[in-house]
Design a protein around this ligand. Structure first.
Ligand code: GLC
Ligand code: CA
Length: 531
């Protein structure tokens, strides 16, 4: 089945936020030994690859996205020995392991930056982005930090500003400097040699900035309530043409090894996103497609974006879809618990590699975080407009015990007050739970070539119902997703069919005439049997 496909085309990627997966030593923070203890959950669920958010040494100003050593493990998560055991245990279970690579910036505590800021003549000065003040003494230009305020930080000791696209504790590396490229490529090889199966590259579209330091233009679409970063259009700070060479350089490192994968984090409109495959597919294997996170939950809109995405893919470019991650509200909160089941069916029946976020298989919602417990620096810098990411980063509930069985200590973020119902153990015992649905969907996807590698026909909205056909070797499946909470009817294109799976998990095997009745919030996968 689909034997000419590579593992990263066939398998489902499961993102783990390591601080919140499983705590073994009781300090309230997830760790590698805990994660290893829970790998069997992933095998049971049926996903094939694990992507870990950063586990490197870090002052944790941005919870690990501020890296102080690109080739180590933060003691809070364990040791390199624990990491080697993690690789061994994932591979022993037939799972792949993908690390987060954060090449755009380091921590301000990284030895490279400490040297760089020590003097203007330091050999590593040019590893970061230093500029003289503007004539009035202010920042060199108007570039903003994604997390609020200017992107420039004044350094008193050497009388220059350095640029940081994120926190001031995350100075941007200078990717125009070949020494920076070499050093980061070496760090990649360190992990590839240890056996990791690939990287998800953090903010890959940010790596190169304008070499003429031009001001970013005003964003005409800026409106109150938006994050202040959106006041400008980041045309000179991100998605610069030269970035594609840098991406190709990362790809060459990965390609020197067997079947490893390069994934890029990219928030750009579809026509720019697909440029990151590279003109001759020399870029990222999978430029992450976040359209389902950004789109309205509407049959017309989603049908249009599936078509637009498919039409924009370069020849041979493999599609992918992401439903949730550690930077966005959880799907169950974005669309509600009933539609979260429909969303699961959508993610797992679209063409291309799906990426699932830990806890979404349980229908975990955002957990409201009271102000005194806020951890996320973005929320602290830009409070009160809903940009905080803590609600989607709360501990995984494993059972109905205290703290969901995640920790014996005090969890670093609170668990929801619904853990008695929403947890792995309870949902495993409930044959109609969203966890059972996800497992059934995964089993069907992985065993049915029409879903794993089939093409599309007829992606269409029918009123509130999104429909598409997946076909492979004469086998045709209709997916019909009712995106609303009222009943709806669609006509079966081939006259008759057999329901393979419903999001309600109660009508598998039922035969249908030429009209298919969908209940509120119901999605179905129908095998078309007529001609
Ligand atoms: C990416 C990460 C996010 C982080 C930022 C800075 O967007 O996903 O969590 O804060 O980069 O590294
Ligand atoms: Ca721990």
């Amino acid at each position: 089945m689909g034997d000419d496909h590579l593992w990263w085309q066939r398998e489902i990627i499961y993102q783990i936020y390591p601080r919140s997966f499983m705590d073994r030593n009781g300090d309230g923070i997830g760790d590698l030994p805990g994660l290893i203890d829970r790998l069997d959950h992933l095998v049971w669920l049926g996903v094939g690859a694990v992507w870990l958010s950063p586990i490197y040494p870090s002052p944790m100003a941005d919870f690990g996205y501020d890296v102080a050593d690109f080739t180590g493990i933060h003691p809070i998560f364990g040791t390199l020995g624990d990491f080697d055991r993690l690789i061994e245990e994932t591979h022993a279970r037939g799972l792949k392991l993908i690390l987060d690579l954060v090449p755009n910036h380091s921590s301000d505590q990284h030895p490279w930056f400490i040297e760089s800021r020590s003097s203007r003549s330091n050999a590593r000065r040019d590893w970061y982005i230093w500029r003289d003040p503007a004539r009035n003494g202010g920042p060199p230009n108007n570039w903003l930090s994604v997390f609020g305020g200017s992107g420039w930080q004044w350094d008193e000791a050497t009388g220059q500003y350095y640029y940081h696209a994120f926190l001031k504790e995350q100075p941007d590396l200078n990717w125009r400097n070949p020494k920076v490229r070499d050093a980061m490529h070496d760090a990649m090889r360190f992990w590839l040699d240890r056996g990791v199966d690939g990287f998800r590259v953090d903010v890959i579209w940010h790596l190169i900035k304008d070499d003429r330091w031009r001001d970013n233009p005003l964003n005409p679409g800026f409106a109150p309530g938006m994050s202040p970063y959106n006041r400008l259009l980041p045309v000179y700070t991100a998605d610069r043409p030269e970035v594609l060479d840098v991406v190709a350089g990362l790809r060459r490192v990965v390609d020197a090894y067997d079947e490893r994968v390069l994934i890029g984090e990219i928030y750009l409109p579809i026509e720019r996103l697909v440029a990151y495959y590279g003109e001759d597919l020399e870029g990222a294997h999978l430029p992450f497609n976040f359209q389902l996170i950004l789109s309205a939950w509407d049959a017309q809109d989603i049908a249009a974006l599936i078509r637009e995405y498919e039409a924009a893919l370069p020849p041979g470019g493999w599609p992918n879809w992401v439903l949730g991650n550690h930077d966005n509200h959880r799907i169950a909160s974005r669309v509600g618990p009933a539609q979260a089941r429909v969303a699961a069916m959508l993610l797992l029946t679209l063409r291309g590699t799906p990426t699932m976020y830990y806890g979404d298989e349980l229908g975990m919602p955002d957990v409201p975080i009271p102000p005194e417990l806020v951890q996320d620096p973005y929320e602290k810098n830009v409070p009160g407009i809903g940009v905080g990411r803590d609600p989607a980063r709360t501990p995984m509930p494993w059972n109905a015990a205290r703290n969901g069985g995640f920790t014996t200590g005090k969890p670093w973020l609170p668990l929801g007050d619904d853990v008695a119902q929403i947890n792995v153990e309870s949902e495993r015992h409930d044959p109609t739970s969203i966890l059972s649905l996800n497992r059934a969907l995964i089993a069907l996807r992985q065993s049915d070539p029409a879903l794993t590698c089939g093409g599309y026909a007829q992606v269409e909205p029918h009123g509130p119902v999104l429909t598409y056909l997946r076909e492979h070797g004469g086998r045709r499946l209709l997916i019909a997703l009712n995106l609303t909470s009222g009943p709806a009817t669609v006509r079966l294109p081939a006259g008759t069919g057999k329901v393979l799976l419903s999001t309600h998990l109660d009508r598998g095997g039922s035969a249908e005439g030429d009209a298919l009745e969908l209940r509120a919030d119901e999605g179905v996968i129908v095998e078309l049997t007529g001609t």
